[in-house]
Design a protein around this ligand. Structure first.
Ligand SMILES: Cc1cc2nc3c(=O)[nH]c(=O)nc-3n(C[C@H](O)[C@H](O)[C@H](O)COP(=O)(O)OP(=O)(O)OC[C@H]3O[C@@H](n4cnc5c(N)ncnc54)[C@H](O)[C@@H]3O)c2cc1C
Length: 510
């Protein structure tokens, strides 16, 4: 594995791979990824990728829907960029061999999801992310990109205020190494694993955000954690709850109480296609009202052949657990799903630290504001990764000097994941209060003190989840209002004074 490159990418999901494939034209590229290449949130995306292709659709409509969902916090220029660049890049994926679903005329078979005023979800049945990941990984074989698996990035190298690369742990040899780079690109995905109920796989421990925060990069809007309303109740695979895509409601699926009574029309005029935060809180409310640990999602009234053909993964997976969704409803619960905030970046993925960039879910371009519109996340990752690669061709000339000796603690860090999850689920979920957040803060601050300033090669992820949980709690405490995904029972309305991003920055060394 090279020890010095032009572009060092951490993460092999849609953001990291899109960037790597494009940047390979401009210099040497190394991708470090902490498990196998395809272990990413990207691989599990079901619903699709939003882009304007419909005959009745226009970029203005997509922009309008995105901004409406974002409740006053979207960075509008970034939204416009995403919407305008999206279709070209989706076509590019298609041309690379991505098997998106098409109709009899060869046009994309566009799906519908909550908050979108038009059909604009390009999808590959219900395994869109897996198909995108496959094609992007195939594409790397046509380039000189090196992908190194089982390498866990631990901390960023900072010298004279610039980011010069990454310290990593080789999970096979248990050795720590250092890679120097002209540009370090974090594409490490989300933070779902800080919650007990999450749709995110085990890799989603917020490593990139914690690493960037530790060296003083600005981190924004961490309070805006999206909960997906419909994850299968009480069944987990590899630490994640199985998601039932919103597209299933787009095709007519209906949410019901455990007694079979439809309830979404009581909450929103858009019914089952209301924005995710509204649906998730409605589900939680109905669970409390009916004293149930789940609600039901029913598609059994739709033709069985249609379900099996349009949602093969969901159908087969549920069937393997004894739930035949063509005949019976699925018990579902809300689960942590997506982070709208992250490392604050501009429209070229530049963070507040020179030579450090962030892409995809670990970055915050501001396109989602206070709430992400379904299927805009794959789009955001794709668009800004492509732009960043084009802009970064001129990033050269870092002065690396001698490799800095790593500061490694003799102790190993404690494994706190379980405790963190319990606290986050209980106090920092869909409905928050000042009192609950203060309890969460006191606990997580205590955990934080268990880690000193050295690099912990054991439980590095645990160390990161503590930092990320603290960022979510502190940001939530700061926003004394309810807006988008952040609902505070003590302050149930939106307040003009908070029409701004919540920004957190450490003094380094945390
Ligand atoms: C179940 C599910 C369904 C979804 N459905 C949709 C959908 O239909 N449409 C949509 O737009 N979005 C969807 N999303 C969200 C979307 O999939 C993600 O936001 C997007 O894939 C994130 O891409 P990414 O490249 O930023 O990160 P990821 O795809 O998560 O990739 C992160 C990469 O970083 C690596 N990594 C992490 N930490 C380290 C470290 N310390 N060292 C080295 N490597 C590291 C990981 O191993 C992984 O390779 C869904 C998410 C989930 C979980």
């Amino acid at each position: 594995m090279p020890q010095q490159v032009d572009f060092l990418v951490v993460g092999s999901g849609i953001a990291g791979l899109t960037f790597a494939n494009k940047a390979a034209k401009y210099g040497t590229v190394l991708v470090l990824t902490k498990k196998r290449k395809a272990d990413s949130n990207t691989n599990y995306a079901q619903g699709g990728i939003a882009a304007v292709f419909g005959r009745d659709d226009k970029p203005e409509y997509h922009i309008e829907d995105t901004v409406k969902a974002g409740e006053g916090l979207c960075h509008k220029r970034a939204v416009r960029t995403m919407v305008h660049d999206g279709p070209g890049l989706v076509n590019e994926l298609h041309a690379m061999g991505c098997r998106f679903s098409v109709d009899a005329n060869g046009r994309f078979d566009l799906g519908q999801e909550g908050g979108h005023s038009r059909r604009r979800i390009v999808h590959a049945k219900d395994h869109t992310g897996q198909e995108i990941e496959r094609v992007l990984l195939e594409e790397t074989k046509k380039t000189d990109v090196t992908i190194s698996e089982n390498e866990i990035a631990l901390d960023l190298v900072i010298r004279d205020g610039e980011c010069l690369g990454v310290y990593y742990l080789d999970a096979d040899t248990r050795r720590i190494g250092l890679v120097h780079a002209n540009a370090t690109i974090l594409a490490t995905g989300g933070i779902g694993q800080i919650y007990q109920h999450t749709t995110n796989p085990a890799i989603a421990t917020g490593d990139g955000i914690a690493m960037a925060y530790r060296i003083g990069a600005k981190v924004a809007n961490m309070e805006f954690v999206q909960f997906h309303p419909t994850a299968v109740f009480n069944i987990k695979i590899d630490g994640r709850s199985f998601l039932i895509s919103e597209a299933i409601r787009g095709e007519g699926g209906v949410l019901k109480t455990k007694d079979g009574v439809p309830f979404m029309d009581n909450y929103d005029s858009a019914g089952n296609l209301a924005p995710r935060d509204v649906v998730a809180r409605a589900c939680l409310n109905e669970m409390m009202r009916t004293d149930s640990r789940y609600v039901l999602l029913d598609v059994s009234h739709l033709p069985a052949d249609f379900i099996k053909n349009r949602f093969p993964t969901i159908y087969e997976t549920c069937l393997s657990w004894g739930i035949d969704i063509t005949r019976e409803p699925i018990p579902v619960v809300p689960a942590a799903h997506y982070l709208c905030g992250g490392i604050l970046v501009n429209e070229w993925a530049e963070s507040s630290i020179p030579r450090l960039y962030a892409l995809g879910e670990c970055g915050c371009t501001g396109v989602h504001g206070a709430n992400r519109l379904a299927s805009n996340s794959l789009l955001e990752a794709l668009v800004f990764a492509a732009r960043a690669a084009d802009k970064m061709k001129k990033v050269t000339g870092a002065k690396f000097g001698k490799p800095v000796k790593i500061k490694q603690t003799a102790k190993t860090g404690p494994n706190l994941l379980f405790q963190i999850k319990e606290i986050m689920d209980r106090y920092v979920g869909l409905i928050r209060t000042d009192e609950g957040l203060q309890i969460a803060k006191a606990n997580v601050d205590r955990f934080r003190r268990l880690f000193d300033n050295g690099i912990h090669i054991i439980n590095a992820e645990s160390r990161n989840t503590v930092v990320v949980a603290q960022l979510v709690i502190d940001s939530a405490l700061e926003r004394k209002e309810s807006r988008g995904l952040h609902y505070m029972a003590d302050y149930p309305t939106k307040r003009q004074a908070y029409s701004r991003d919540t920004i957190k920055q450490s003094q380094g060394g945390t």
